[in-house]
Ligand binder design. Structure first.
Ligand code: 5GP
Length: 246
């Protein structure tokens, strides 16, 4: 607990001015959205996805996993649709009206979730296009893979206080991208019902940050540790009786 608090303090410093407002918003949201019949901390894992990560994933460093052959560059469309269906099952009955992601690598999964939930999806844009002439909700995000800070924006026309939002992304690493999206939901007055991530690197601080903030996060493959030729999932450690703190 002490370690988590420390982590959150660190994140507040690096996430800048957004985080205080996001924190109070999330505390109120966690009260409003805790209606998951399977329990807030219920664990899910998608075996087919986990197997593909083991077969095709390339571990570039102890923190970076490359899944370009089936998720991030070339996309296995059947698997992407199944991922969307998994998210729809997990978040069924929440009255989700829109799915929100961030370009580019979250798009295929948000679309798949939107199809399964029969809801539109929105992707936050990283660059302000000349066609983006409306009023915008914006937030700052620092990229884990590129190390650069950029602004993400969503037109105010597409998010309203009546919306119930599911945020979807491909990876949960430091949680910075999610905090940016959560901030945008907060600005709009919409209700945040949860976050679905395809792959979570549970050894990084993202989940701890989200839990500290009271956000319900479900990831389909939770990696406890990885090194070339070896990926260990959180549920495998738990099944082996390990006391897991990731
Ligand atoms: P975060 O904000 O949680 O640190 O990272 C979120 C984004 O960084 C993800 O949407 C994903 O695009 C990218 N990312 C983070 N870690 C990895 C990784 O290990 N591999 C790949 N391919 N992308 C990653």
């Amino acid at each position: 607990m002490r370690a988590q608090t420390g982590l959150f303090e660190q994140r507040q410093i690096s996430l800048g001015s957004n985080s205080q407002g996001v924190l109070s918003f999330l505390h109120s949201q966690s009260v409003r959205c805790r209606n998951n019949p399977r329990g807030k901390g219920a664990l899910y894992n998608m075996k087919k996805l986990e197997d593909r990560i083991r077969e095709e994933g390339r571990i570039l460093s102890d923190k970076v996993l490359k899944v370009d052959s089936f998720l991030n560059h070339q996309v296995d469309t059947e698997l992407a649709l199944e991922i969307g269906q998994e998210f729809a099952k997990i978040f069924a009955g929440r009255g989700i009206t829109k799915v929100l992601t961030i370009e580019a690598s979250g798009i295929q999964f948000a679309m798949a979730a939107g199809i399964a939930l029969k809801a539109p999806f929105i992707y936050a844009k990283k660059k302000k296009a000349v066609t983006l002439t409306e009023q915008l909700y914006t937030s700052e995000v620092t990229s884990f893979t590129r190390g650069e800070t950029y602004q993400v924006s969503v037109s105010q026309s597409y998010l309203s206080p009546q919306d119930r939002i599911l945020i979807v992304d491909d990876f949960l690493a430091t949680g910075a991208a999610l905090v940016g999206l959560v901030d945008i939901v907060k600005q709009s007055g919409a209700e945040l019902c949860g976050v679905g991530c395809v792959i979570e690197k549970s050894f990084q601080e993202g989940r701890g940050l989200m839990e500290q903030l009271g956000v319900e996060v479900h990831s389909l493959a939770r990696i406890a540790s990885m090194r070339p030729g070896e990926v260990t999932y959180v549920h495998e450690l738990e099944n082996a009786g390990a006391n897991v703190h990731v």
